[in-house]
Ligand binder design. Structure first.
Ligand code: GLU
Length: 277
């Protein structure tokens, strides 16, 4: 069985990096006689736009990709995310956090802390709001909730492990290298880490094919799968498409937008060549 997905956020134009990710996943699904799903990661409603979503469909169809409809939208899944948060809350694994980004930077740069350490989500949370004993009672709403990473790791009955391109990987020391990640964001209910794990599990994803930039986040996802009793898919983190200066492409790189290439008369075949597929 082989089910994979491409999960763009409709917050800007797709560029060559997205084309590579989507086409690679589509090619791999076809080679394995499997299924390629498209999922719209529109959790961040303040930045998601239907125009971008329409353009995602147009660009991917133009590239020759197809997928079953209807596609899953994260924005329809908030009750599912809330239920998972409640489960983790009831296990005493979450705590509310009111720190702003600048609070975190300031606390992490305090002289006694040494140089601030970075994890997959930026500066590793210095633990300012982490209570000595975890709060009981109803789960608070309208606040960020963080995972107590040390406590979560202590609950594991065996070491974390996943398959990366067929090789086994064992993430180490998550409390030090990742820290207490945010699982519920105040403004949008769930964080990327929580939503992606639940979506992949509920869609029966067996192979996650995505960029190397997300490799560090995978250890968080594997941990969450374990805490929530979900299966761990196989991972394939692919190389990143870079611009002429070696910089990774970003949504704002309009020059590399698929729509721009289309308008310039480039063919999908040329795009394949450009990205080395
Ligand atoms: N929406 C996420 C992104 O575009 C999906 C990442 C993933 O594949 O897990 O980065």
């Amino acid at each position: 069985m082989f089910i994979t997905r491409f999960a763009p956020s409709p917050t800007g134009p797709l560029h060559l990096g997205h084309a590579f990710s989507a086409m690679l996943a589509h090619d791999m699904a076809r080679a394995a006689n499997g299924t390629f799903l498209l999922r719209i990661d529109d959790l961040d409603q303040s930045r998601s736009r239907t125009e971008w979503e329409t353009q995602i469909y147009d660009d991917l169809t133009w590239l020759g990709l197809s997928w079953p409809v209807p596609v899953l939208h994260q924005s329809t899944r908030l009750p599912r995310y809330q239920a998972a948060l409640k489960f983790l809350w009831d296990q005493g694994l979450l705590y509310p956090c009111s720190c702003s980004r600048s609070d975190i930077r300031a606390a992490a740069s305090a002289p006694q802390e040494g140089a601030p350490l970075h994890g997959p989500d930026g500066v590793i949370y210095p633990g300012t709001c982490r209570p000595a004993t975890l709060p009981k009672g109803p789960m608070p709403q309208d606040t960020a909730l963080r995972l107590d990473m040390a406590r979560a790791c202590k609950m594991l009955d065996k070491p974390l492990e996943y398959q990366e391109k067929g090789e086994s990987v064992r993430p180490q020391h998550l409390p030090a290298t990742v820290g207490d990640v945010v699982l519920a964001r105040r403004d949008m209910g769930a964080s990327y880490h929580l939503s992606v794990v639940l979506d992949d599990a509920d869609q029966g994803i067996t192979h996650v094919i995505r960029g190397q930039d997300l490799e560090d986040a995978t250890q968080i996802h594997v941990l969450l799968q374990r805490l929530l009793g979900l299966p761990t898919p196989e991972y394939h983190h692919h190389r990143l498409i870079r611009d002429g200066h070696g910089k990774r492409l970003a949504k704002r790189d309009d020059a590399r937008a698929i729509a721009t290439y289309r308008a310039d008369g480039v063919s999908p075949r040329d795009i394949r060549k450009l990205i080395g597929l």
